[in-house]
Design a binder for this molecule. Structure first.
Ligand code: ZN
Length: 523
C-alpha cells in the first residue's frame, strides 16, 4: 500500500509563515514522499526513523476508512516536522504545541496521530472546534494510561460550542477542555452511532453561531444538543482508555500476536524519544481467556521492554504499561533480566473482541511470545474453575479481568474470583499490583486465599492485605503442596471495572535449596 514515489536528495523549501505572529523565514527540506504525504524536516530537526512513511500511510488509511473520504488525486498531506519553538509559534500561535491547517501539519514530533486526524477530517468537514478537537483526541489516543485515574471533566464545554469561545478559552486556560470535549464526542459516537455523528461533522461549520450549530445537530443527530450534554454529564466516559478509539493500531495489516518473536523497530511514534515499537493484534473469543507468555531476549545492554494492551473499540486492558519480564538493576551492569523470573504471563479475562499489544523499548530488541486460549481460571459461581491457573516457580503472572456484568456472590465480586493450582515445586503465593500516585488503583486492598471455592465468610480464608505504602510485597503464610488448588477472591477495586493483580509462586527453601528473596523491587 505504501511506496516511496520520489527521492529528494536535497530539495529545500523556504517558507514565509503567516504574519499574524510576526513573519519568520524557515527552511524545510522535503525528505520523502509517500502516496499521501510529503514529509518536510526543518533545518536542525532530527529525522524520523526509516519506516515513518509506512506508519503515516497506515494512519491515513485507517482515518480515511473511518471518515469515508480520500484525498483527491494528486493531493497530499504536507507534514512539517518543526525543529524549534519559534517556528511553531509563528505558524500555530503561542498557545499550541502543534497545529493543522487544512491538510498541512506543523508539529515537533516525527509522527503525530492527533494532527493527522485533523488533516484527514478536514476532507470531510470543518465543524466547530469542540467537535474537531474532541474527535482528534479520541482517534489520536493521547490521554495516557488509566493508571493516571479518571479524567477531570470539570471544564464547562457546554459554553464553548462557538469556535471563538473555544479558542478564547484555550488561549487563557490551555487545552484542558480537549479531554472534556473528547469524552463528550465519545459519548455522541457511542449513543448516536458513527454515521450520524459524521453526518453532523460534515454539515456543521466552524464559524456557526450557537443556534446554527444546535439546529444542524438536531437535524443530523435527531436530538437536542442541550439534552445530549445533560445526558452525557450523567454518565460520561471517564477513563483515558475508554475515550480512545483505536483505528490504525487495529488495522488489518498489523500482524497478529502469535507464537514466535516480536521485534521492536521503527514504530507508530516515528522513533520519538528514541522509542522502538512493535504492534500485534489479537482476538479474544466469547467465553475464553487468553494467556500470553513473554520472554525478552537477553542482551547487553538490556533495554527494558514494556507492553500495553488495548481494546480496539476503547479501553485499556491492564491499565498501564507493564514490563515483559522481571528486570533488575545492578550498579556497573545496568538493567538485566532476572534469570529466575525471565518470563511473564498475562492472563486476560476480558470481553470478547479485537485487541492490540503495543511493545515499547529504547532499543531494537526481541521478545519471544506464546499465546494460548483456555476456558480460564475465573469462577462465575461456587464451582471450581475448569482450568485453574498454574503458578510456577519461574515466572510472574498478571491476571486481568474487566467484567462488570457478573453479580457478587457474598463477598466475592464480579470478575474477582479465580482458582490457582500450585506448581510442581510447591511453595507459597506472593501478590502484588501496580502502585500509582500512592494508590493501588487496579487491585483490591484485600485478597482472600481459601480452601473452599465459595466460603460463606471471609474469615474462613487467609486474608492478605495489599498496602500501597508498604515496600514489602505481601506473601501468604501458608506453604502449599504441589498440585493444591487455592480458591482466591477479592472485593471490588478502586476503579470498579478494572482488575489486575500480579501473582508468583515462591518455592520452599532449605539447606539444599537456597531461599530466593521473597519479592523484590517495584519492577
Ligand atoms: Zn487538535
Amino acid at each position: 500500500m505504501f511506496r516511496l514515489t520520489q527521492h529528494f536528495a536535497k530539495v529545500t523549501v523556504t517558507i514565509m509563515f503567516g504574519c499574524l505572529w510576526g513573519c519568520t523565514e524557515t527552511t524545510f527540506e522535503k525528505i520523502f514522499s509517500t502516496d499521501h504525504f510529503d514529509y518536510y524536516l526543518e533545518q536542525g530537526a532530527t529525522p524520523p526513523c526509516d519506516d515513518t512513511g509506512l506508519w503515516l500511510e497506515r494512519y491515513y488509511h485507517a482515518n480515511a476508512k473511518f471518515f469515508g473520504v480520500e484525498l483527491s488525486a494528486g493531493k497530499k498531506i504536507e507534514y512539517y516536522r518543526v525543529g524549534n519553538n519559534e517556528t511553531l509559534t509563528s505558524e500555530c500561535g503561542p498557545h499550541l504545541g502543534g497545529c493543522t491547517k487544512e491538510t498541512k501539519v506543523y508539529i515537533g514530533s516525527p509522527i503525530n496521530a492527533h494532527e493527522i486526524v485533523h488533516a484527514n477530517a478536514y476532507l470531510l468537514g470543518d465543524p466547530p472546534l469542540l467537535f474537531q478537537e474532541g474527535l482528534a483526541v479520541i482517534l489520536g489516543c493521547e490521554l495516557g494510561s488509566d493508571s493516571s485515574g479518571p479524567l477531570d471533566l470539570s471544564e464547562t464545554i457546554e459554553d464553548l460550542i462557538e469556535s471563538s469561545s473555544f479558542a478564547e478559552q484555550r488561549e487563557s486556560r490551555g487545552s484542558a477542555m480537549y479531554r472534556t470535549s473528547a469524552s463528550f464526542v465519545r459519548y455522541l459516537i457511542d449513543t448516536f452511532g458513527v454515521e450520524k455523528f459524521l453526518a453532523f461533522y460534515a454539515s456543521a461549520s466552524r464559524d456557526s453561531t450557537y443556534d446554527e450549530t444546535c439546529a444542524i445537530f438536531q437535524k443530523k443527530m435527531g436530538a437536542r444538543l442541550d439534552d445530549a450534554f445533560a445526558d452525557w454529564r450523567k454518565l460520561p466516559p471517564t477513563l483515558p482508555g475508554d475515550v480512545c478509539l483505536r483505528l490504525m493500531d487495529c488495522g488489518e495489516d498489523i500482524p497478529e500476536l502469535a507464537d514466535g518473536e516480536v521485534h521492536t523497530a521503527c514504530g507508530p511514534s516515528g522513533g520519538f524519544l528514541s522509542f522502538q515499537e512493535a504492534l500485534r493484534r489479537f482476538h479474544i473469543t466469547e467465553g475464553k481467556t487468553l494467556q500470553v507468555e513473554m520472554t525478552p531476549s537477553v542482551t547487553q545492554p538490556q533495554p527494558i521492554t514494556t507492553v500495553s494492551f488495548f481494546r480496539c473499540a476503547g479501553g485499556n486492558v491492564t491499565g498501564y504499561a507493564d514490563d515483559v519480564a522481571d528486570f533488575r538493576y545492578k550498579k556497573n551492569q545496568g538493567w538485566y533480566v532476572d534469570p529466575t523470573r525471565a518470563t511473564r504471563r498475562f492472563i486476560f479475562d476480558v470481553p470478547a473482541g479485537d485487541y492490540v499489544a503495543w511493545f515499547s523499548a529504547r532499543a531494537e530488541t526481541a521478545i519471544y511470545t506464546e499465546v494460548n486460549q483456555s476456558s480460564g481460571p475465573m469462577r462465575t459461581g461456587c464451582a471450581t474453575a475448569n482450568e485453574p491457573l498454574v503458578l510456577r516457580h519461574d515466572d510472574d503472572v498478571v491476571l486481568t479481568s474487566r467484567w462488570r456484568e457478573r453479580p457478587c456472590i457474598g463477598f466475592w465480586c464480579p470478575g474477582h474470583s479465580w482458582d490457582v493450582q500450585v506448581g510442581p515445586t510447591g511453595g507459597t503465593i506472593a501478590l502484588s499490583s501496580v502502585i500509582s500516585n500512592g494508590q493501588i488503583p487496579f487491585a483490591p486492598n484485600k485478597v482472600y486465599l481459601c480452601s473452599k471455592p465459595c466460603p460463606a465468610y471471609p474469615d474462613e480464608c487467609e486474608v492478605i492485605t495489599l498496602d500501597p505504602q508498604s515496600q514489602i510485597r505481601p506473601i501468604s503464610k501458608q506453604e502449599f503442596a504441589p498440585g493444591t488448588v487455592v480458591h482466591i477472591g477479592a472485593p471490588l477495586t478502586p476503579f470498579e471495572d478494572h482488575f489486575s493483580l500480579r501473582m508468583r509462586l515462591i518455592p520452599p527453601c532449605n539447606g539444599n535449596v537456597p531461599c530466593v528473596e521473597p519479592w523484590h523491587g517495584p519492577r
